[in-house]
Design a protein around this ligand. Structure first.
Ligand SMILES: C[S@@+](CC[C@H](N)C(=O)[O-])C[C@H]1O[C@@H](n2cnc3c(N)ncnc32)[C@H](O)[C@@H]1O
Length: 199
């Protein structure tokens, strides 16, 4: 059976390792393991996203939707130490890895949780995500509807999607939901979409 990176409890051997990557302008060593998205390196799409985004809001609640081992959440937490960063994933191994990395780095502003553990009254000043396109269109749309609906009125979401995996049709779908969506950047086969709560 093929194991997907979005499995809740990956069956592959939990052989933990570390990876040293540059995030928020500094070298950080992170925990990784098989069964987690892009365990061996910083994903190219994530790299394109992190190069394209503006400085995140300094305060408030910020969301990394589908955090994996955490490159996006760690960047948010390092760049905005006074903000509360929510790192959300369904893959428990990924959450465990990111909790360890956050502890190593002394990041006390990072909440690493499953989707249902985010309190209902939390709204987001920014959402950054390399979303799980491979879960299928219906699941992806349900996930985006759930979280983009919690953007604050002047908040923005930044999503990176591979062009061949449907970035343009996703942008059209987002516009169809009444969300102001623009192509903010395009590089190496990826598009970065900027999404605001209103058209
Ligand atoms: C493309 S990966 C990106 C991982 C990480 N942010 C990175 O840039 O390396 C997408 C992540 O979304 C997670 N995911 C899948 N379904 C999800 C859901 N319903 N809610 C939250 N995260 C989900 C997957 O487990 C996976 O870790």
């Amino acid at each position: 059976m093929v194991e997907h990176y979005f499995t809740a409890e990956p069956a592959s051997a939990d052989e933990r390792g570390t990876l040293t990557v540059e995030l928020a302008g500094r070298e950080v060593t992170v925990h990784t393991a098989p069964g987690v998205f892009s365990a061996g390196r910083l994903d190219l799409g994530t790299r394109v996203l992190l190069r394209s985004v503006p400085t995140p809001p300094a305060t408030g609640d910020l969301l990394d939707l589908g955090c994996g081992w955490g490159p996006i959440a760690l960047t948010l937490a390092l760049e905005s130490p006074a903000a509360t960063v929510w790192a959300v994933d369904v893959n428990r191994r990924a959450l465990d890895l990111l909790r360890r990395t956050a502890a190593d780095l002394g990041l006390t502003n990072l909440r690493v949780v499953e989707p249902d553990e985010v309190p209902d009254d939390v709204t987001f000043a920014a959402i950054w995500s390399n979303p799980p396109i491979r879960v299928g269109k219906d699941a992806l749309h349900a996930m985006l509807t759930r979280w983009l609906g919690r953007l604050e009125p002047d908040g923005q979401a930044w999503l990176v999607v591979q062009r061949t995996l449907g970035s343009d049709s996703l942008a059209d779908w987002l516009r169809g939901q009444g969300l102001a969506t623009t192509k903010a950047a395009s590089a190496k086969g990826f598009r970065v979409l900027r999404v605001g709560p209103h058209d």
